[in-house]
Design a protein around this ligand. Structure first.
Ligand code: ADP
Ligand code: ZN
Ligand code: ZN
Length: 663
């Protein structure tokens, strides 16, 4: 009997066998409809076989083949197998969830997005904008030599060094070979300029844009063009990595250090790490581009696994990296969050018609609303965190679960009418600056001012045109933007992150500060960065001032190695959520006891999360570590098998391999 083994979206580590009715032809990679329970479901045929563990009479027949999308190619299926195995998520879920939502449903696609034309040949119509600098040309020739085979490259280029130009030349050569290029960026909405640059460089090439913010029809259409091999360029966020590309010939991961490449729910994959595996399967080069490599990538480069190519200088003639100066907060008095010399520096820029950026990594008005009389502070009832004061609409908001409440008129415990907003966020800084510089145009850019579609794009465009004098913003303003008239960056307070318990916080702080500093002085006018701190002598700031990523990384790696942290060991976390903390901890304890570890794997005691309660659930985790990736993987396989069989009432659990968030 002819059978087919099918991937279905079911949270079980099994595939399902179906019978092939007479006359129906199914191939590996076909999307098919199969009966499951009382309904029909979409599945993907993974294997044709003659044998099943089930009795023949219990096998149901495949209903039909869904032909409105192309057959999934075998390199893609192989990649799914890797993701499922490495991240320990059932293969069926992994495969089906990697399809765009519209293709997980049985409803046929409208003819409009289906398009049955044979694939058009890929065209290379590159319009170069600049003559490459000598350094760019060297970088290009170093990488292009590996087109047609697997080789990982780290393109380590300072901010403004013209990495994008190198990517575009590589894409042009890829297209000329008849192959497709995949460009991954952290968050597409944050860098509309990047997309514009790609379209301008390849006016005739079909570009598929893929990210989660698209409407269903748009996303499905873009996905289909990529899967049919018609789109020469696929540009998207981490989920674009999951797109079938039968002619894949180049992968670029821009800002590879960015943490948004790690998915934090469902299939918890790292798109950066996954991209390296995918490039290997496709036998094509991969370029990881950044000014501040992740320490994982840097260590791979030092060990010779990745080839490093450097762009140590800015591309535009006459443009220099900004100079950095610390403002010692132990010496200078602070008023409304600003040292006098920071205010003076902004005033000077205003007088010359140049822009300033004030960076503070916290949105809202103030992070705490407190009562001085009794010590009460407004907290979220569903999470173990404080509520943030939002002054514009007089609300308190939880930045973890989204809960909100009006700002109370009096303290709910003692009735005191004089509640105080403590600390500051972007809204308060905006208020302070508007009061200090009444004639200046102050513009705040954070998630609250850019919720609607195109709001951020329009704001950024305005900044480039010179519509504002002083920008106040969060990380959102740090990412790859190019503001020609911006010459001053003031960082209000970065000290908190210096002493965090998370060993990754120094790495992130350095990357963020290098990024935000990189916005200053991108043309002929020199840029300056002012950093307010109580620790002006801190080595992290010193390395930043020297633009010495390598020195910073060496010190960090030495610390990590001594302490036994990644990238010198590999980690995985088992996390559990339950209405009661004891239940979550108890579940983790039984998991640790049930699956004993080999010597090479170290299992820590289960602990509550730092933010223990979130959205009404109590959370705990079990950390596992090993210097050997295979040993850790073996342990995880046994653990996953136990987890899928465990009776865990009212417990939600998940495995996170190579976790990067521990809140
Ligand atoms: P990065 O991504 O490395 O920060 P970009 O690719 O955004 O840098 O380039 C920074 C600026 O330099 C852009 O304005 C870009 O147009 C310009 N640029 C890049 N390469 C060249 C070049 N070869 N000649 C002149 N300008 C260049
Ligand atoms: Zn009170
Ligand atoms: Zn909350």
């Amino acid at each position: 009997m002819n059978l087919v083994r099918v991937a279905l979206d079911v949270p079980l580590p099994t595939l399902f066998d179906y019978r092939l009715p007479e006359g129906l032809i199914v191939e590996r990679g076909d999307r098919i409809a199969v009966p499951f329970g009382a309904r029909e479901r979409v599945g993907v045929a993974l294997e044709l076989t003659q044998v099943s563990e089930l009795q023949p009479q219990r096998l149901k027949p495949v209903s039909r083949v869904l032909t409105d999308a192309p057959r999934l190619d075998s390199a893609w299926l192989e990649f799914m197998g890797f993701l499922s195995g490495y991240y320990h998520r059932p293969l069926g879920e992994t495969v089906v969830h990697s399809l765009p939502p519209r293709l997980r449903s049985l409803k046929p696609l409208p003819r409009k997005i289906r398009g049955n034309d044979p694939p058009a040949p890929l065209r290379s119509d590159f319009v170069a904008r600049n003559t490459l600098t000598a350094a760019q040309a060297d970088a290009l020739s170093g990488i292009q030599a590996s087109l047609g085979r697997f080789e990982p490259h780290l393109l380590h280029g300072v901010t403004g060094s013209g990495k994008t130009e190198v990517y575009l030349h590589l894409v042009a050569q890829t297209l000329a070979r008849g192959a497709q290029a995949l460009l991954l960026v952290p968050e597409i909405g944050l860098t509309p300029q990047f997309e514009a640059r790609v379209r301008e460089a390849f006016p005739q090439t079909r570009v598929s844009i893929l990210h989660s913010g698209l409407e269903a029809a748009e996303r499905t259409g873009a996905w289909l063009a990529a899967a049919r091999g018609e789109a020469g360029i696929v540009l998207g966020t981490r989920l674009a990595l999951l797109t079938p590309m039968p002619r894949l010939g180049l992968i670029v991961v821009d800002e590879e250090h960015d943490t948004s490449f790690k998915q934090q729910e469902g299939l918890r994959y790292s798109a950066r790490d996954g991209a390296v595996v995918r490039a290997k399967l496709a036998a094509c080069p991969i370029v990881l581009g950044t000014a501040t490599p992740s320490l994982e990538t840097w260590q791979n480069a030092l060990a010779g696994r990745y080839r490093t190519i450097s762009l140590p200088e800015r591309a535009i003639a006459g443009s220099r990296l900004p100079s950095l100066r610390t403002i010692d907060l132990r010496v200078e008095a602070v008023e409304q969050g600003f040292a006098g010399s920071a205010i003076d520096a902004i005033r000077v820029r205003l007088a010359c018609g140049e822009q300033s950026l004030v960076f503070i990594n916290r949105r809202g008005y103030a992070p705490v609303l407190a009562c001085d009389a009794c010590g009460w502070a407004a907290g979220c009832t569903r999470c173990s965190v404080r509520l943030v004061v939002h002054a514009a609409d007089r609300r308190l908001r939880c930045h973890h679960c989204g809960a909100e409440a009006p700002i109370p008129h009096a303290c709910p415990t003692c009735g005191n009418l004089d509640l105080r907003a403590m600390g500051r966020g972007t809204q308060r800084v905006e208020e302070t600056l508007s009061a200090r510089f009444p004639g200046a145009r102050v513009l705040r850019i954070d998630r609250d001012t850019t919720r609607r579609r195109h709001e951020l794009e329009n704001a950024l465009e305005g900044v480039r045109r010179g519509d504002s004098d002083i920008l106040v913003g969060t990380q959102l303003l740090a990412k790859g933007h190019d503001f020609p008239a911006l010459t001053l960056v003031a960082v209000l307070n970065a000290d908190q992150a210096l002493f965090s318990t998370d060993y990754r916080s120094a790495e992130r702080l350095f990357a963020t500060l290098a990024q935000v500093s990189g916005r200053a002085g991108r043309r002929e006018q020199p840029g300056e960065v002012l950093l307010q701190t109580r620790f002006p002598g801190h080595p992290l700031f010193a390395a930043l001032a020297r633009h010495d990523y390598a020195g910073f990384a060496a010190a960090q790696l030495a610390e990590r190695e001594a302490a036994g942290f990644p990238p010198f060991v590999f980690e995985a976390a088992l996390r559990a959520e339950a209405p009661k903390l004891e239940a979550a901890l108890g579940f983790l304890k039984s998991a640790a006891l049930a699956v004993s570890a080999e010597d090479a794997v170290r299992i820590y005691d289960p602990v509550p999360h730092v933010i223990t309660r979130r959205a009404g659930a109590e959370r705990a985790q079990l950390l596992m570590q090993s210097a050997s990736r295979p040993a850790l993987q073996q342990h995880l396989s046994r653990l996953a098998a136990w987890l899928h069989g465990a009776k865990a009432r009212r417990i939600r659990w998940h495995l996170d391999v190579d976790p990067i968030e521990f809140d």
